[in-house]
Design a protein around this ligand. Structure first.
Ligand code: HEM
Length: 357
């Protein structure tokens, strides 16, 4: 009565296929090599006590993310996520099981927090943060080493923090440090507890501000303001307590900042490794901008990553497709365009490519 499993690499007792994943320092490359080697667009891996199936062809991806989307629409809950959700009293969006509650939270996030209109309202924040980055790099001496990884991660975290909590959050530095830790060591309960305590503090600070004399114009609202307004108005059609708010904010912060920063860092690393491609991109930018001295969002042409072309699904596809697509693209495109428009980049001499991206 053994289940018929898809093909996959040979397995050792207890660890199963885990040892195959260490053949490349980059896990996605190890997975791609294995799938190619076993000619397995649907491949079975045993990761310790977990069973995993890896999908590596556009047709198989369509089966999973479109045809049988509902079956795969609930993410498994690891012990780490379960521990975190106890601290937040809620599962947020990414880990809510597929069902009515997830649908409500998802609708709220796409219509209120991450809608095109809201993303547009954060434009001054993006342009301000990117201009600051350019000024800082311009102040470096010619030929001085610039740590793109760190600078980009800082810019993305600052932009996200300003969009979510506005300008006046008093424990800003503490929160940024805590998010960095949470991304690196998501398993540490103490870090998670601290993160949720800081978000709690931000909620309280926003509540105080909202009960003050000066009304907040809806176009100046940050995401926490939106949460609190909707909670007060009771318009969502479902309950939204502080636990939910904390879980969703942490979801958006931790789940949103890291992939956005990583995308920019990878793009810059690949461009520096391929100077001809970088030069072509720069020429395109200079032609498009001609007499302008700086890039604004109006100057960027858009690409559709909406999850309909299964050869390329950076944001996933189907019901669980990334709701932060517009929010992150706005950052990725502007930062890349500014970095390429204003500066020429090259890798420092010597072995450099083991950068912890
Ligand atoms: C370049 C940056 C980003 C990339 C590449 C990315 C990629 C993804 C992917 C692949 C998924 C899973 C989709 C699926 O299961 O089909 C996802 C889900 C998610 N992303 Fe993103 N993301 C990015 C930025 C963001 C940002 C900025 C936010 C929020 C501000 C965000 C919020 C979320 C959330 C909440 C989910 C879970 C959605 C659900 O389960 O319903 N992401 N993202």
């Amino acid at each position: 009565n053994q289940p018929r499993l898809p093909p996959g690499p040979w397995r050792l007792p207890i660890i199963g296929s885990l040892h195959h994943l260490f053949k490349s320092p980059l896990i996605h490359r190890a997975l791609a090599d294995l799938a190619r080697g076993y000619n397995a667009p649907v491949m079975y891996l045993q990761l310790g006590e977990l069973n995993a199936v890896v999908i590596s062809s556009p047709d198989a991806a369509r089966e999973v993310m479109k045809t049988h989307d509902v079956i795969f629409a609930t993410r498994p809950l690891s012990a780490t996520v379960r521990a975190g959700s106890m601290i937040a009293d809620g599962l947020g969006i990414a880990f809510s099981p597929y069902g009515e509650r997830w649908r409500q939270l998802r609708k709220f996030s796409t219509m209120e927090l991450l809608s095109t209109k809201r993303v547009r309202s954060f434009r001054p924040i993006r342009e301000d943060e990117t201009a600051r980055l350019v000024t800082e790099i311009a102040a470096c001496l010619p030929g001085e080493l610039v740590n793109v990884t760190v600078r980009v991660a800082t810019l993305v975290a600052n932009s996200a923090l300003r969009a979510m909590m506005g300008e006046g959050f008093r424990r800003r530095e503490e929160l940024l440090e805590c998010i960095t830790q949470a991304i690196k060591i998501a398993t540490a309960q103490a870090v998670q507890r601290k993160l949720f305590e800081l978000v709690d503090h931000a909620v309280e600070q926003h509540r105080e501000h909202r009960s003050g004399p000066s009304a907040i114009d809806s176009k100046d609202e940050d995401m926490l303001d939106v949460f609190l307004r909707i909670q007060e108005e009771g318009d969502l059609g479902c309950s939204l307590d502080v636990g939910d708010i904390k879980a969703i904010i942490v979801d958006l912060f931790v789940g949103g900042s890291e992939p956005t920063a990583t995308t920019i860092q990878w793009a810059m690393a690949e461009l520096m490794r391929n100077p001809n491609v970088m030069q072509r991109a720069q020429t395109e930018l200079h032609c498009a901008l001609q007499d302008k001295s700086r890039v604004t969002e109006d100057d960027l042409g858009t690409t559709d990553f909406m999850g309909t072309d299964f050869r390329y699904t950076p944001f996933g596809a189907g019901r669980r497709i990334c709701p932060g697509l517009a929010f992150s693209l706005a950052n990725v495109e502007l930062v890349l365009a500014m970095l390429l428009f204003h500066f020429d980049w090259q890798l420092p001499p010597g072995p450099t490519l083991r950068v912890p991206l």
